[in-house]
Design a protein. Structure first.
Length: 202
């Protein structure tokens, strides 16, 4: 388990789980009452706004297939550790002072569109293969360059897969399946009859 104290993540022993949870709750409660907002300059704006405090979290896993939402992987940056982690304690004071100085001087803190694409491309190595994805590529594929294919609605694709692989689509629905198609890179075409997706039937 991980315990947060004064902004620092510390290991907690398993026999103190309950105490650790109460400590974390108390810490967050104090943070909400004593540090409500922080000035922040939003993307593409030249002035600062008062926004609620936010945080980034770091975690580790023994599994490599971690991500499932193909449309939101830009929020994650997965790194495979190939060597022993250097646990030398960093100089937090100097690190935070440097970050604060850069932010106050107007340094960009958000990712550009090109950087987001690079992150999502990198994260493809860490996606969990969902059953819906597997059965989709058993029945369809993406059109090659210059290939027309056919345009089907998400419902039509979903019903075909559900008929052939009902167990794989258990717990899924046409709305969530439409998001999956976008994440798989299927071209979405807007028509007056609704969204359609360009695929090739196998």
């Amino acid at each position: 388990m991980l315990l947060i104290r004064s902004g620092t993540v510390c290991p907690a022993s398993s026999d103190s789980t309950q105490h650790a949870e109460e400590t974390v709750k108390t810490w967050f409660k104090n943070e909400r009452t004593t540090h409500h907002q922080r000035p922040l300059r939003l993307q593409h704006r030249s002035y600062y706004s008062q926004l609620p405090r936010v945080a980034s979290f770091i975690g580790t896993s023994n599994q490599k297939e971690l991500l499932t939402d193909t449309t939101g992987s830009r929020r994650f940056l997965c790194v495979e550790v190939l060597e022993k982690i250097d646990c030398t304690k960093p100089d937090h004071g100097q690190l935070y002072a440097q970050l604060k100085a850069e932010l106050l001087s107007g340094e960009r803190y958000w990712f550009t569109t090109e950087e987001e694409r690079a992150i999502q491309k990198h994260n493809k190595l860490f996606y969990r293969q969902l059953p819906e994805q597997e059965v989709f590529f058993k029945c369809f594929r993406l059109p090659k360059e210059g290939e027309e294919g056919v345009r089907l609605s998400a419902m039509e694709i979903y019903c075909k897969l559900q008929k052939n692989f009902p167990a794989a689509l258990r717990g899924s629905n046409p709305n969530s399946f439409a998001k999956l198609l976008v994440g798989l890179g299927v071209e979405r075409v807007h028509t007056r009859y609704g969204n359609q997706y360009r695929v090739v039937t196998l």
